[in-house]
Design a protein around this ligand. Structure first.
Ligand code: DO4
Ligand code: MG
Length: 290
């Protein structure tokens, strides 16, 4: 089952069950205790909450809804160097930092970093940003865990961990600037509930980048290439921390374009993950703000 925060012709922010061609808008209310997507996701059984609300849902053609980011007030974190491809790309980026990336790939403790507050996250259909002071930036397509305040995996979504490779490569201490800025992260379009087993083999992650009609990049991988176990990443995140409002955890990229590629203003990024859908965003890059 897939859930999304959406705007409809009648409401600016509601929660809907997303099906092939329709959205079923759920009747949320503060009286029932369920007024946001997070309220549903953080319930002991999100599936049962939705089943109880569905009989009163209002059906709309999918074309009439606009997806909002699935984040209510959760923090957004990310794991890094969790695929061989990312380890190699990072080692190429920076000779001086290469040994750190090499070591973290095999270390027990994963790389985890704070990625975004809700205001820095864009939805499906909204532009992600390349920093004006970066000449080498890429999207990072990432399978993303939705965690409740107990750090249980309650759902999955698609994430784009936008990264300025030149800033990160210049000095690893610049990582927060390479990774965290306005519109640095896209999430969505929906959350697939983690209400059954997840097949790593069948979870394919693919990305295309278009510049006008020209395809600039196409790549694909699957969760079998992830060098970490998903529950372990969630456990490390909660090792000495609390998440009273839950969290999104991007699990790292297995797809990195060749080193001569950088995103440009107007590029179109599409990230597809089996069982979830496709997250599409255009790219904006503007001169320094006055
Ligand atoms: O240390 C750099 C960040 C790594 C990352 O974001 C990834 O592997 O996805
Ligand atoms: Mg990443």
């Amino acid at each position: 089952m897939k859930l999304a925060r959406v705007r409809t012709p009648a409401f600016s922010n509601v929660v809907a069950v997303i099906e092939e061609t329709v959205a079923r808008v759920l009747p949320l209310s503060s009286q029932s205790g369920f007024s946001t997507l997070a309220d549903i996701l953080h319930a002991p059984s999100p599936k049962d909450v939705v089943a109880g609300l569905l009989p009163q849902a209002k059906e709309l053609p999918l074309a009439q809804v606009t997806f909002l980011s699935p984040v209510d007030h959760q923090e957004v974190w990310a794991a890094g160097v969790t695929y061989k491809r990312s380890q190699i790309a990072r080692m190429e980026e920076s000779e001086s930092a290469a040994s750190h990336y090499d070591k973290v790939y095999n270390a027990d403790r994963p790389e985890l970093f704070f990625k975004a507050t809700p205001n820095r996250v864009v939805a499906h259909g909204q532009p992600v940003r390349v920093r004006f002071d970066s000449q080498w930036s890429v999207p990072e397509p990432e399978f993303t865990l939705v965690l409740n305040p107990r750090l249980e995996i309650v759902g999955y979504t698609i994430g784009n961990d936008m990264s300025a490779r030149d800033i990160e490569g210049e000095n690893p201490l610049y990582l927060p600037q390479a990774k965290v800025y306005r519109q640095c992260c896209a999430l969505g379009p929906c959350v697939r509930l983690a209400d059954g087993p997840l097949s790593l083999e069948e979870t394919k992650i693919s990305m295309t980048i278009h510049r006008g009609a020209r395809q600039m990049y196409q790549g694909a991988t699957s969760l079998t290439q992830l060098h970490r176990k998903l529950p372990d990443l969630a456990k490390w995140l909660g090792r000495e921390d609390d998440f009273p409002t839950g969290a999104f955890l991007l699990t790292g990229t297995g797809l990195v374009p060749e080193n001569d590629f950088t995103l440009e203003h107007g590029d179109q990024i599409a990230i597809e993950i089996s069982g979830i859908g496709t997250l599409q965003n255009s790219v904006v890059k503007e001169p320094l703000r006055a």
